[in-house]
Design a binder for this molecule. Sequence first.
Ligand code: GUN
Length: 279
Amino acid sequence: MAQIMDGKALSNKILNDIKEKTRLLKTKPGLCVILVGNNPASQIYVKNKEKQAQNAGFNSTVYKLSENTGKDELLNLINSLNNDDAADGILLQLPLPKHLNPYDFLDKIDPKKDVDGFHPINAGKLMLNENPYSIPCTPKGILALLDEYKIRIEGANAVVLGRSNIVGKPLAQLLLNKNATVTMAHSKTKNLSEITKQADILISATGCPDIITKDMVKEGAVVIDVGIIRDDNGKLRGDVDFNNVKEIAGFITPVPGGVGPMTIASLIQNTYNLHIFKE
Ligand code: GUN
């Protein structure tokens, strides 16, 4: 039976630590979140980010822009936050409404305020293993979780399922930087279960409920579930068939209470670090 990796507990530990350190600062870290449109999931995520930033003692501001916001209006806001000394971290919540291309905006955020690590300079620094100003929050949280449970990354076969710019690609890069043997799988991958069965560390970030079944997992593997989707009955579901996979895995993250809270904890850490870096 797998050991459950408790992301909620670790995130609380990280958040309390940042809160203590923030009390000793002369000026508070400032997190600015931009939310464009009415995506229901994004509204919940942004509310949670605001709440945790406030809990940590940060100044937190959410800029809510309408669904039909134009390109210039959004660029102007980013520009003004780039020039605002109180804004340490700027986060543009994704996805944007269809008429806006995220890559027209992510590279306009000052890389030193890029709390998501999505700017091409930070993505490039990550690829070069050269200290990005920020590391993307979900991959950073997963690494913290692996570290907490003393999972050896060096030399491990790590399989990352999903190739998004937010999770899959930066995560694969981080694991490679830590000397894992990394395989990236995705929707066009053939013989998926043959690949996943090789994984010492299996990380699934597809958003397809129960795509990872027991027969796809090696005995004793570490299974990290990044998926989170609400089913028709309102229940949160991950990528992993948790009840069956936990019988065979060595370690496993639950949904909810695994990777989700770690993402927020990483955002708070990133904001704090950008503030300190500036001081
Ligand atoms: N949408 C889903 N995850 C994320 C994230 O980590 N950052 C931003 N900005 N948008 C997201």
